[in-house]
Write a new protein. Sequence first.
Lengths: 252, 182
Amino acid sequence: MGLTKRIIPCLDVYDGVVVKGVKFSNLRKIGDPAELAVEYMNQYADEIVFLDISATPKGRETMIDVVKKTAENLFIPLTVGGGVRTVEDFGKLLRAGADKVSVNTAAVRDRSLVKRASSIFGSQCVVVAVDAKRTSWGWEVYVNAGREPTGIDAMEWIKTCAQEGAGEILLTSIDSDGTRLGYDIELLQAARRTVDIPIIASGGAGSLQHVYEALTVGGADAALLASLLHYKQYTVVEIKKWLKDKGVEVRL
Amino acid sequence: MRKVGAIPNIVSNIPDKGFDGLILPGVGSYSGAFRKIDEERSSIKRLAREGYPILGICLGLQFMFNWSEEGNPGEEGLGLFKGVVKKLLAKRLPHIGWNSIERTGNSVILEGLENGCKMYFVHSYAPTNYDPDEAFAFTNYDDYRFPVVFEKKNVFGTQFHPEKSWRSGLKILSNFVNYCRR
């Protein structure tokens, strides 16, 4: 027995409601974040991620209330991300009941943010979300919801984040995201070789085999799942049972 | 705590009376929280002596030992349990995620929990040179075995986060609350 691989449902929240859509278009409301989070907890989800995609000041305030309401009945770790800019944003979300805060664009724009947030609140609550795209020389970091290239080498960036106090890396392959053709395994492997902190694989899962590959050959510690779960294709329990049969240690 | 039938009151200074038990929760670093713990040192030690139930969680547990390698020289722990907290001898740190606990004794707070149940951990340090009579459960990570549940009379501690460990964790908190009611 040892540390188990984690399955983490990701819920996109828009103005206080969980939505799903393809690449931010055709958003459809699918439910209440607090209720869905508890539903996933009861399915043996290991953690929950809320991603605030509203990107408006009003949406941010709504998110604080959503986190407060959710935290009352959620007894597994909750990570909240999307639009986090400052140390004050970290504080607000943590005080509302989030256990971890994920930061993406702001960490690139403000190079001292990860260090300041981790020294004030502890590394355990700082998750750096990295959106990486393949190039001729490796992988490049993109920001602004994957729209804006930065010229930064993703591996250098991950290494810097770990040194500055990031507790975990949420690594999304822009090339694979939304394709449902599988994770970018080489990206996960490269990240695994680069840092010791946990890597959460994201982007591209279309089948159970894909999740299995990310957690085994990819070396990821956790898999972030969205469409595989939201379209009711599988429950978390079904995914975990399947992984367990294949020899992956999971919590059931 | 409300979920398990208690009324929580988050305080920065420990009141003289009006409560049934004390929880020292904790995330963050030893030195970061030391000043606050140091201010409350005499109150916490008095409560422990007088038989008040006290539960330390994660960093809160680590403060219950004599000292931690994570702290600066002179930043003495509360000394409620014997031992010194040191960095885990694991290849990959921090130890983050769900891991199983192996019960080695009957602690009040472990009542009703199965051997091998899984708890949520986030830490890089763990107690060493502890008193085996005060340790009630262990966890393995990277081939390293360390104690994760402590009990000495009315003082308890867990290295993992019961508040984030779903049903198994809530059971621990519920056991603690029942002990406070005794």
